[in-house]
Design a protein around this ligand. Sequence first.
Ligand SMILES: [Zn+2]
Length: 321
Amino acid sequence: MASPAYATDKSKTNAPDPEQRLKKIYDQVSRKTGMPWQEVAAIDKYERALSRAHRKTRPLREGAAVGVFISEARWAGELNPDPQDDQPVSIRFFGGVGRDGSGDGIADRGSDVDLLYTVASRVKEHGSGPDDFAIGLWEYYHNTRSVQRILQFVKILEAFGRQDLTRHAFPLPIGSNYSYRSTWGDSRGWGGYRIHEGTDIFAGYGVPVRSTTYGIVELKGWNRYGGWRIGIRDLDNLYHYYAHLQGFEKNLKPGDVVQPGQVIGWVGSSGYGRPGTSGKFPPHLHYGVYRDRGLVEWAFDPYPMLRKWEREERKALRVTR
Ligand SMILES: [Zn+2]
């Protein structure tokens, strides 16, 4: 007889946590290629972000754990008469990239492990030296942005030692005085854009501005419109842009890794002139988010995410108090 407790445990085993399932796949591909799991995970996260940005041309199969997309023609080989070929020998003969990573003798385009192993092992072919990972990435993607992104992801994953870095924070401390509304496309928004791409959060001078995500500082400095601004890249390949700051957290520099809630600067009114210009509009944080589509980046409305993060953080604070 199964006790209720046993039944609960069993249902847990049948539906493992998606992050645990991913970690298992990363470890398996890591063992088989000899590539650190952070590099394997970084490739997968980059592939997932590309697939998310190009849903029509990079459709992922239902229930897929990894984000890797390889077209049938690329997998089996352009001239392969069987576009669904899963035999490693004939795939290789027709110049396809598909490989067997799971060890069942089949190069299965519907297998998470085979998909991720195929990319990782091709990148790894260029060797194990310090620069070989970047060279391998270049050989696979032929795109310097892809190489830069994946190397940034590796740095984030190495810093935290785990891959489930999904927590977010509201950019200003919950409980500080601020106000914001949806200003997407507002022609009168502050920031010098013809169409306002972001959300303005109004607050007093000196209120801390915090990173909303786990990420890596990509840019820091002055911009004529944005004033003192900072740009942070996250593992979903989103670029978070914080502008009009009064100043930066002193020790922060490009290439540094940050976590959600970490202070990166202070609310100000800098911008609209030479470096240091300030006070031409009321102090506020301009927060923008851009999705990397491979060659270009597109802004999207951060307002719904801000509402969500604010709600989540409020709830968490209530629980701990
Ligand atoms: Zn703005």
